[in-house]
Write a protein that binds this ligand. Sequence first.
Ligand SMILES: Nc1ncnc2c1ncn2[C@@H]1O[C@H](COP(=O)(O)OP(=O)(O)OP(=O)(O)O)[C@@H](O)[C@H]1O
Ligand SMILES: [Mg+2]
Length: 235
Amino acid sequence: MLQLDNISVNYGGFRALDNVSIHAKEGELVVLLGANGAGKSSIFLTISGLNKASTGSIRFGGKELVGMKPSSIVHDGVVHCPEGRKLFPGMSVLKNLLLGAYVHRADKAGVNRTLEEVFSLFPILHEKREVNAGSLSGGQQQMVAIGRALMGRPKALLLDEPSLGLAPLVVKQVFEVIQKINQAGTTVLLAEQNAYAALKIASRAYVIESGRIVMEGDRDELLNNEQVRKAYIGA
Ligand SMILES: Nc1ncnc2c1ncn2[C@@H]1O[C@H](COP(=O)(O)OP(=O)(O)OP(=O)(O)O)[C@@H](O)[C@H]1O
Ligand SMILES: [Mg+2]
């Protein structure tokens, strides 16, 4: 269980998150909907220890994450796949993937096992393992980014806009992979502008506006909500 209680984050004098309380139960796929600048990435950066919360607590598996080092948070099983993929374009696919296993580097056999799992989920990455990540298509680069996060052995995976900028057919593949990862038991927190596709595979969702949670509900509640349909689905 991942639980944020009253998390606030300021960037200088600007309050980007205002008393955000959200949770994901073990095995859930929870979607965060929100327009540009609403605060989705700020939530993820705060969970993963890259942003400092000015108030509130973040608990995972009984432990307080606020104040922990980002590497320790990964080690405990909360792994962030950042917006914009953030690959090392001049490094091979394999090296990019291995970077995700940095906190597990002492466990070579374990790292190799996880790598095999990632390759079986993304056969194309095995094929392209010696190719520079920067020369792959956008969809393949997103697979590297997700694969790298999986190398951290997430119990909870934070996916920040994984479908951004991808062609519709590729978006579909990305959502299928996310669903597969979730069905294999990983808790997923997913920020998406592609609201319909995200809600389709979600257990529950939150809507965030200007740093505040303004709505929450299960998948069907939000899919059928008039405001949500107007603002985020366009139907
Ligand atoms: N490092 C920063 N310094 C100052 N302001 C920031 C910083 N990062 C984000 N912001 C501001 O905080 C607010 C929330 O940003 P955030 O990136 O969390 O939104 P988002 O929901 O992820 O948006 P997007 O859909 O564009 O990714 C925005 O107004 C943004 O301009
Ligand atoms: Mg963002």
